[in-house]
Design a binder for this molecule. Structure first.
Ligand code: GRF
Length: 224
């Protein structure tokens, strides 16, 4: 139960690597007011450091190695059964480096979030920081969105901008963006879990206002 006496939404997080976004989600769910509780972390790689972060927080983990399955649907069936065994209601993709089939994504419509290191719809896919630099962009950033079958597509929930500075390279820009990812992902999860995100067509409405929300527009998620 959350501090307000409501049941918390049960969250599963899918990772492949370091899990710094996972850590930000874990930290944000540690408060009694959080409407979300992380109940399971799944990695497709057993050497993902995020698994250690989850265990340190007392969260159940499992590794589902994609190379052990003959095809994507069978890999995803295993993920689905792990999520349903834990009663997961919301899925967060946090650096999960496998493409998901439309069949999987559609089962989690409006209940699955992803964080992407660009100001979507700009720079879908990989190497976002270098591509922004190559274009001479003045601004870059990150987005948390509801997941749709197309890559890095879906209603935008929260977006944070960072300036591109003279002398930036892809690493320095990525580091500045990552700080913002760690702000906006917890915020988006709390908003979704609290029932403050409504989807109309391709657009997310947050408290009735057209998204994406800027993290600077709210200091704390409202707790009702
Ligand atoms: C982040 O930059 C995220 O935007 C991208 O993969 C990276 C994952 O980092 N999808 P971490 O594993 O959360 O540290």
């Amino acid at each position: 139960m959350s501090g307000s006496g409501r049941l918390r939404r049960r969250v599963g997080v899918l990772i492949s690597g370091s899990g710094s976004n996972l850590q930000a989600l874990i930290d944000s769910c540690a408060t009694p007011e959080s409407p979300a509780e992380i109940v399971l972390v799944i990695s497709n790689r057993d050497d993902a450091y995020g698994l250690t972060r989850a265990r340190n927080a007392g969260i159940a983990t499992c590794t589902i190695d994609h190379t052990a399955f003959p095809d994507r649907p069978s890999f995803e069936r295993k993920i689905l059964s792990a999520l349903s065994e834990q009663g997961v209601e919301i899925v967060c993709l946090a650096g999960f480096m496998r493409i998901l089939t439309p069949g999987f994504v559609e089962q989690w419509e409006d209940r699955m979030l992803n964080v992407h290191p660009s100001l979507l719809p700009d720079y879908k896919g990989l190497h976002t920081h270098q591509r922004a630099l190559d274009d001479g962009a003045d601004w870059h950033g990150c987005t948390v969105h509801l997941v749709r079958p197309a890559l890095d597509d879906g209603p935008l929930v929260v977006q944070a901008r960072v300036p591109v500075l003279d002398g930036d390279d892809a690493d320095s820009l990525a580091a500045r963006v990552l700080v913002q990812e760690h702000r906006i992902y917890p915020l988006a999860l709390q908003l979704l879990a609290a029932g403050r995100v409504e989807v109309k067509g391709d657009t997310a409405l947050i408290d009735g206002l057209t998204g994406p929300l800027s993290p600077d527009a709210v200091s704390q998620p409202k707790v009702s």
